[in-house]
Design a protein around this ligand. Structure first.
Ligand SMILES: NC(=O)c1ccc[n+]([C@@H]2O[C@H](COP(=O)([O-])OP(=O)(O)OC[C@H]3O[C@@H](n4cnc5c(N)ncnc54)[C@H](OP(=O)(O)O)[C@@H]3O)[C@@H](O)[C@H]2O)c1
Length: 308
């Protein structure tokens, strides 16, 4: 049976991934939020404690390591820079070295935010990470290139879809605000190729069934280029929410968190591996059809997040 160490199993992507495992033996690492899936074995760990990771690799000897844990932009304002560097870079460096020692295949989620602006951006496009998060993800990639042996780096675009984890996404927050008849401000001037979070999870499982190159870097994205404003407008249309509450905002408002404005990714490598996502609209229709499943996750423990 394939043995997998999954970090960040309690996060936005990790918690969807945990739903889709079938035959694999998955050791699901978390810190504050225990994953709820019965398809994985949860293990509580502070990844910044390197002794614990050494011990786990020795015990488990994984075939695959899926390293998702990170400090991501929505949390970054609450976290000091040293910790961001520790989790995003140092932990990745250690995981790459351990994966090398145990001949484990490492799948790592990086970000499209490391690229300079462009259209049809291929994986060899010039890099220009403009904010601390993107800089640490690029340093993490470099650590993998240096210390890793078998790996796939997934340069992931903005993910969307309902979260089933305590970690909420831009998609959840804007949806909840519209449901509560509150205004939503969304960037009209930053374009990315958003990826449905559940496609990302399914594709990662598919990737483990394919004979991959020993070392590769691949854009991991949806096939349409959209602004957040366009995304929220389409969501409002499909879910019959009030579009007049959606206000255009410039991404330039983020003076402490600069980002590239035009990240149109090339997805030839995904196509070659037959990883074909549905359109944004098709995925919204799927979310609408299955809303009963997602709705409880939009309600927090103390209060209803949105009024029904
Ligand atoms: N979300 C996006 O749109 C997006 C876009 C591009 C790339 N990515 C990349 O995709 C990956 C997954 O993102 P996500 O949105 O799913 O992240 P997320 O929801 O913020 O989850 C972060 C995960 O990291 C874990 N973690 C943080 N500090 C830890 C520590 N000290 N010890 C152990 N675990 C720790 C958290 O555990 P607890 O919850 O248990 O504390 C959680 O499971 C990340 O590598 C991110 O950089 C995300």
């Amino acid at each position: 049976m394939t043995r997998i160490i999954l970090t960040g199993s309690s996060g936005y992507l990790g918690s969807h991934l945990c739903r889709f495992f079938e035959e694999e033996k998955v050791f699901a690492l978390y810190y504050n939020n225990k994953p709820q899936s019965d398809k994985v074995e949860p293990i509580q760990i502070d990844l910044s404690n390197d002794g614990e990771l050494n011990f786990l690799f020795k015990e488990i000897k994984p075939d695959y390591v899926i390293h998702l844990a990170a400090v991501i932009p929505s949390n970054i304002s609450n976290v000091d820079d040293k910790l961001i560097f520790q989790i995003n870079v140092e932990v990745t460096k250690q995981i790459a070295s351990l994966a090398q020692s145990y001949n484990s295949f490492l799948i790592f989620t990086s970000t499209d935010l490391i690229y300079d602006d462009g259209d049809n951006i291929k994986e060899n496009h010039p890099l220009n990470p403009l904010n601390l998060y993107a800089q640490t993800k690029l340093q993490a990639e470099n650590a993998i290139l240096r210390y890793g042996k078998y790996f796939l780096i997934l340069r992931t675009s903005l993910m969307y879809g309902f979260s089933i984890s305590p970690h909420k996404s831009f998609f959840d927050l804007s949806f909840i605000q519209l449901k509560n008849n509150q205004e939503v401000r969304a960037f009209y001037d930053q374009f990315r190729n958003p990826l449905f979070v559940e496609d990302a999870a399914r594709f990662i499982i598919e990737l483990m069934k394919i004979k991959l190159s020993d070392e590769d870097v691949m854009n991991f994205c949806g096939f349409e280029k959209l602004s957040r404003f366009e995304m929220v407008m389409k969501t409002a249309e499909i879910f019959d929410l009030n579009k007049n509450l959606i206000l255009k905002e410039s991404c330039e408002i983020l003076t402490n968190y600069k980002t590239a404005k035009n990240l149109g990714l090339n997805f030839d490598k995904m196509k070659k591996l037959n990883l074909i996502p549905n359109s944004y609209e098709q995925n919204l229709l799927h979310l609408k059809k299955n809303f009963d499943f997602y709705e409880p996750f939009l309600i927090n423990n103390q209060n209803k997040v949105f009024k029904k």
